[in-house]
Write a protein that binds this ligand. Structure first.
Ligand SMILES: Cc1cc2nc3c(=O)[nH]c(=O)nc-3n(C[C@H](O)[C@H](O)[C@H](O)COP(=O)(O)OP(=O)(O)OC[C@H]3O[C@@H](n4cnc5c(N)ncnc54)[C@H](O)[C@@H]3O)c2cc1C
Length: 414
């Protein structure tokens, strides 16, 4: 296929939007077509379980590349249409509206979809997944004052939704199957802090809670647990993880293993196809192994790298993973992954929920591995560089809150 066919981007999410904008920023003047199965132009998902659910930002404020900007940049957006196949031999993509779109280079930015609850009744109209603007719109219709919301899953999305729902005046129950919330991302002490915060706010938070069944005819009215409890529900929100959208890549014969396999330049096993965002499994220099991440910083960084690769610039992806979560007045910011730490030190008071500010520094062999910071923006910002450098710090001095963090790390490194 000739160069005239230009670059086709499958998936109009954060990563797809970033590739498109970056291509223009880098001076690419050829044809760019972005195809998304949602009707919306690329938008930010993080506010969906935060400010957008709370009603403090509008849908337009979520858009990362508004329609007018796309038009101005000459990016063709085909929304509400699903790509159903990739013909790598003839370099064209088929769409579910019958069209076939040729490409010179293809970008897979297909992200992921919310994992459905594998139980009968999960398809009832008051059981919701939470991934899209449209999901939140539907949740909002039922999230009325005093309504009983049962949230299945005590990860970031479940807990953020609980915090907003509680503030909106719903009666909220959170059911976490594991013995503690946020178990995949942090230590028991931090999980316990968040559990206390939610319970103090009035959330009925249950850990080790295994959902056995959903009860109800047209609508679900109760959630049953394996311990025999039966919880009343006006609406159920399911936040139990993500399934990467890799089927298209797999069907096209690309290498896929818990995500589309890419190298540090976002190249897939086909030289004419790159991939970016939640759908990829990429090598991480920081971890020394491959990983599939679900985060905006990853989608944006990989998007930038992909655009560079498409234009022949060799810019490797070398970012340290970082995440954030807003719950009530708490901003949790995490840099690096703490799995594999052999020592940690807490700066601030983790036991006292009234203080609501602390940072946990994780070490391996004396090197800073990762940091979880709650309402400690300075610690987080400075730690991003320290984690990237795998800095050697004296853990003992970090705990001293009477010394400003900036001074402390300078002294500790000296
Ligand atoms: C409620 C919520 C809160 C979050 N909060 C945070 C946060 O606080 N911090 C953070 O870093 N991250 C957060 N995330 C995660 C973050 O939003 C994702 O990591 C990010 O959106 C990934 O971007 P992406 O472009 O890779 O994928 P996506 O955003 O999933 O975009 C992919 C798009 O491609 C479309 N698509 C898939 N297949 C096809 C096809 N065949 N044809 C056409 N289109 C297709 C999908 O429908 C989707 O629109 C949150 C996510 C959710 C849902």
């Amino acid at each position: 296929m000739s160069e005239d066919a230009g670059i086709v981007i499958l998936g109009a999410g954060q990563a797809g939007g970033e590739v498109a904008s970056e291509l223009r920023k880098l001076g690419y003047t050829g044809r760019v077509t972005m195809i998304g199965d949602e009707p919306h132009v690329p938008y930010r998902r993080p506010p969906l379980s935060k400010a957008y659910f709370a009603g403090t930002v509008s849908a337009e404020e979520l858009y990362v590349v508004p329609a007018a900007s796309l038009e101005k940049a000459g990016i063709e957006f085909i929304g509400g249409v699903r790509a159903t196949g990739i013909d790598r031999e003839h370099k064209r993509v088929s769409l579910d509206d019958g069209r076939t779109i040729p490409y010179h280079k293809l970008v897979l930015a297909t992200g992921g979809r919310a994992r459905p609850l594998p139980l009968e009744g999960a398809d009832r109209p008051n059981v919701f997944l939470l991934r899209t603007i449209d999901d939140i719109e539907r949740i909002r219709e039922r999230a009325t004052l005093g309504a009983r919301m049962v949230i299945i899953g005590g990860g970031f999305i479940g807990l953020e939704t609980a915090a907003v729902a509680q503030k909106l005046g719903l009666r909220v129950t959170v059911l976490e199957g594991l013995p503690r919330v946020l178990a995949r991302v942090t230590i028991p002490e931090v999980s316990a802090f968040f559990e206390r915060v939610h319970r103090d706010a009035g959330v009925d938070l249950r850990t080790g809670a295994q959902v056995a069944a959903l009860e109800g005819d047209e609508l679900i009215t109760h959630v049953h647990l394996t311990d025999g409890s039966r919880i009343e529900a006006d609406l159920v929100v399911v936040g139990i993880g993500l399934i990467a959208n890799t089927e298209l890549a797999e069907a096209a014969g690309l290498a896929v293993d818990n995500g589309i396999l890419v190298d540090e330049y976002t190249c897939t096993s086909d030289p004419d196809i790159v991939a970016a965002g939640d759908c990829t499994n990429h090598p991480s220099e920081y971890l020394g192994r491959r990983i599939r991440l679900e985060s905006v910083p990853n989608a944006m960084e990989q998007g930038k790298v992909a655009a560079n690769t498409l234009l022949g610039n060799k810019v490797p992806y070398r970012s340290v993973p970082w995440f954030w979560s807003d719950q009530y007045d708490l901003k949790l910011q995490m840099v690096g992954l703490s799995a594999g730490f052999d020592e940690f030190v807490v700066r601030g008071d983790l036991e006292n929920p009234a203080t609501r500010s602390f940072a946990v520094f994780y070490f391996r062999d004396g090197h800073l591995l990762s940091v979880d910071a709650v309402n400690k923006p300075q610690e987080f910002m400075l730690s991003k560089k320290l984690v990237a450098e795998s800095a050697r710090l004296n853990p003992a001095v970090l705990a001293d809150e009477s010394v400003p963090f900036k001074t402390l790390i300078a002294e500790a490194k000296a």
